[in-house]
Ligand binder design. Structure first.
Ligand code: UD1
Ligand code: UDP
Length: 386
């Protein structure tokens, strides 16, 4: 009898990072791959499912406008009951640090189903930032028996915390996803993106984190406004998250500027190919901090801290914070100081080699006795032989 592995996810970033794993598990002998989405995000999740041609086996459809964290948790817990009763999975996989991640892991724990945590061990050690993500991933670390840490530093965090179970260093599955999305001959469906002159500076921006709601987000938007006005030669492309809070702030501060394009969220293929062609990225997103360095694109992180220090150490990512003057200054430096730009614009891949899903599938097969071989750890290319 095949081992039933159920992947549970609900938001855009989880979907992008779990899609290649769901596909990989489906090709793994001895494993039956099941997919359950909470649809914490509805449209942004569906866009990813369509890109990767994944049809979920179960869809809890929980999203509500301006949803509360508590309602995501309670609707997921309730929704998972009949799913577990029917499917009876041998292992549940959750990803990262969203509220779906926590609720999915909790639901499995209540049914005494073992949990595997993909993208485990990322930490800021500040419970307030990112909120609630730092708490979510720490709590899931306590629940999970299998921990798939992207990097050695992530695995070391888990060891320090003495989590129970097996820890594997796998690389991040987002680098696997990029193997199929990024293409030099890619044609955008969004005509604006085909028409942009990429020989001039094109900045890609995103901003959505809950701890940035209010003043920090307003300061970020003001910095971008100043930048656009001071540098008419620059073009800023900002696919705005569907959160009503974010949309009000972004459109409130940035609408009406000729060189700022506030567009709807892009599907993942368009987004990845836009990053590949842009000059640099300004973002508070986690995923973009992993993707852009792999494509040699500098990233200014619009946050006070990051749980992804590897690319900061490698020099392609810099913390810009949430202060208007500092964000403006750091972005302007990348536009006006070629040496500063060149120092950041080199491809590094501390987060993966495109084989993370293979390692995770092998680790699961090993844990369930389908293979005698534990997967070898992911080692970043620049560390080889060190
Ligand atoms: C969530 C995650 C965050 C992750 C982010 C990725 C939590 C607590 N936060 O934050 O870690 O970085 O997703 O984007 O889990 N909406 C839509 N359609 C969509 C998606 C969202 O209309 O497809 C709107 C809804 O009104 C929804 C709101 O956005 O209520 C906020 O969505 P929610 O998932 O609660 O929070 P995010 O800020 O997206
Ligand atoms: N992304 C996308 N379309 C967009 C903006 C982002 O496909 O319009 C992708 C991006 O390339 C990355 C992921 O979504 O893979 C990041 O998701 P998000 O910023 O929503 O969440 P976070 O990474 O902060 O958790």
């Amino acid at each position: 009898m095949a081992i039933k592995v159920m992947s549970i996810f609900g938001t855009r970033p989880e979907a992008i990072k779990m899609a290649p794993l769901v596909q990989r598990l489906a090709q793994t002998e001895g494993i039956e791959s099941l997919c359950c989405v909470t649809a914490q995000h509805r449209q942004m999740l569906d866009s990813v499912l369509e890109s990767f041609q994944i049809t979920p086996d179960y869809d809890l459809n929980i999203m509500q406008p301006n949803q509360m964290l508590a309602s995501i948790i309670s609707r997921t817990l309730q929704g998972m009951e009949p799913v577990f009763q029917q499917a009876k999975p041998d292992l549940v996989l959750v990803h990262g640090d969203t509220t779906t991640t926590l609720a999915g892991a909790l639901a499995a724990m209540l049914h005494q189903i073992p949990v595997g945590h993909v993208e485990a061990g990322l930490r800021t050690y500040d419970k307030a930032s990112p909120f609630p993500e730092e708490l979510n991933r720490t709590l899931v670390g306590d629940i999970a028996q299998l921990h798939f840490a992207p990097t050695r530093a992530n695995a070391d965090n888990l060891k320090k915390e003495a989590v129970t179970g097996d820890i594997f260093i796998t690389g991040n599955t987002v680098i696997d996803a990029m193997q199929t999305t990024v293409r030099p001959d890619f044609v955008f469906q969004n005509e604006l993106l085909n028409q942009l002159d990429y020989r001039k500076p094109v900045i890609v921006m995103t901003c959505h984190r809950r701890e940035n709601y209010g003043e920090p987000m307003a300061a970020i938007m003001q910095a971008v406004r100043r930048l656009a006005q001071a540098h008419p030669e620059v073009c800023i492309v900002y696919p705005v998250h569907l959160s009503p809070v974010v949309r009000e702030c972004a459109f409130g501060h940035l609408q009406g500027l000729d060189n700022v394009h506030l567009i709807d969220p892009l599907d993942v293929e368009q987004m990845h190919n836009l990053i590949a062609r842009c000059s640099f990225v300004m973002t508070d997103s986690g995923g973009l901090q992993e993707e852009a360095p792999a494509m040699g694109k500098p990233v200014l992180v619009l946050r006070r801290e990051t749980e992804r220090p590897e690319a900061v150490q490698a020099g392609t990512v810099a913390l810009a914070g949430v202060d208007e003057a500092q964000v403006f200054r750091m972005a302007e430096q990348l536009l006006t100081d070629p040496a500063a730009y060149a120092r950041m614009a080199h491809a590094v891949n501390p987060y993966g080699d495109g084989h993370a899903c293979e390692r995770i599938a092998q680790a699961i097969a090993w844990r369930f006795g389908l293979t005698a071989e534990r997967p070898a750890d992911f080692v970043p290319a620049q560390s080889t032989g060190a």
